[in-house]
Design a binder for this molecule. Structure first.
Ligand code: ADP
Ligand code: MG
Length: 352
């Protein structure tokens, strides 16, 4: 069933991803209704409706969903119980959330799918941390199972003396320990999957991180990433199928000597796909709206040989005046208010 223009799309989460989804949806004639706990989330600026509510509030979410024709999310750290009652109205469904919001569950899913991942161990206390160090060696990265993003909830352990401080630093929360991987680059596959299983993927970008935060994405990704693209795209498509995912999702990879190693999955549009808005025939945001509304997926080809996307993090956004005047720079500001260090405030895409 194709949802007709004029229909209402509910978006749970009101950050910049919701904002860019709502802009794309508006172009196709849809109304968006944002659900978010904050007072003035930046997605609400560009949407038809906004309900302020808690992600825990099952009755509130049910009432919100009753006013929407389809409901999606831009954020994976949602309690799934309040969403269970939405059934097929929720796209993607809760399975994509359950698997990806907990790093331990996600790794179990990836292992069962036969995907190459970093050697890892579950860490619940200091005893299991010591066992993980024995088995994995140094360096290793301790990551909280839940609620991590932009490198938050992570601590490196490079020698036995680091273990106690790292455990303290992540708040002694349930975690996974991962072997520190040697890679020659990071990249991501952004994949869309329609309700009937039809898929579309974009060319992969090289992703450059600093302190756990994405700084820049570049296309073409260059060697050795481009040699791993075919395998990585197969892996990402297989993951989307196994999740029964409807919409856009992202798989982050390390380009290692042994081949592409999956780092993590995001069940949503992704920062490393922001370049698709001006750099590809169809943006990740429009494609997600198409997938959840039952519309045909569109062409994901590049529209130039080279595309780059730079994040504006914290005070980077103070350069807005110069960026606005730069010929050829596609500038996006999210209007998130205070430019705190590490906060994603906007991005700039350059094509060609
Ligand atoms: P987040 O959810 O914060 O994006 P990630 O697991 O993607 O968390 O980690 C953030 C960044 O930290 C990665 O993009 C990568 O640069 C680095 N990183 C994560 N895991 C490893 C690892 N096992 N080995 C080496 N670097 C890693
Ligand atoms: Mg990541």
């Amino acid at each position: 069933m194709r949802l007709a223009p004029g229909s209402t799309i509910g978006i749970i989460g009101g950050g910049q991803l919701g904002r860019m989804l709502a802009i794309a949806a508006a172009q196709l004639g849809y109304r968006c209704h944002i659900f978010d706990p904050h007072e003035a989330p930046c997605a609400a600026d560009v949407a038809a409706d906004f309900t302020r509510g808690s992600f825990e509030d099952a009755a509130g979410i049910a009432a919100f969903a009753a006013n929407c024709d389809v409901v999606t999310y831009e954020f994976e750290n949602l309690p799934t119980a309040p969403l269970d009652g939405l059934g097929d109205k929720l796209r993607p469904g809760t399975h994509s959330l359950t698997v990806t919001q907990d790093r331990s569950v996600e790794k179990g899913f990836l292992e069962a799918a036969g995907v190459r991942i970093a050697p890892w161990a579950q860490v619940d206390d200091e005893t299991s941390l010591a066992a993980a160090i024995d088995r994995l060696g140094f360096p290793l990265l301790l990551k909280t199972r839940r609620f991590g993003y932009d490198g938050k909830g992570q601590a490196w352990i490079c020698s036995p003396g680091d273990a106690a401080a790292a455990w303290e630093q992540i708040g002694k929360r349930p975690a996974v320990a991962e072997k520190g991987m040697q890679f020659s680059g990071e990249f991501s596959v952004i994949a869309a999957r329609g309700k009937g299983g039809a898929g579309a993927v974009w060319p992969v970008s090289r992703n450059i991180h600093d302190g756990g935060i994405l700084r820049r994405s570049e296309i073409p990704p260059g060697p050795p990433i481009e040699d791993q693209e075919v395998e990585a795209v197969q892996v990402a498509s297989m993951i989307a199928d196994r999740l029964g995912h409807v919409g856009v999702m992202t798989v982050e990879f390390f380009a290692c000597a042994e081949g592409p190693v999956v780092n993590e999955i995001a069940p949503r549009v992704h920062n490393s796909g922001h370049w698709t808005t001006e750099g590809s025939v169809t943006s990740q945001f429009e494609q997600h709206i198409r997938a959840i509304c039952g519309l045909p997926l569109r062409d994901t080809r590049l529209i130039a040989d080279r595309v780059s996307m730079d994040n504006l993090i914290g005070s980077d956004v103070d350069q807005w005046d110069a960026l606005i005047g730069e010929p050829g720079a596609h500038v996006h500001f999210y209007n998130k208010g205070e430019a705190r260090p590490g906060r994603k405030m906007g991005h700039v895409t350059r094509v060609g």
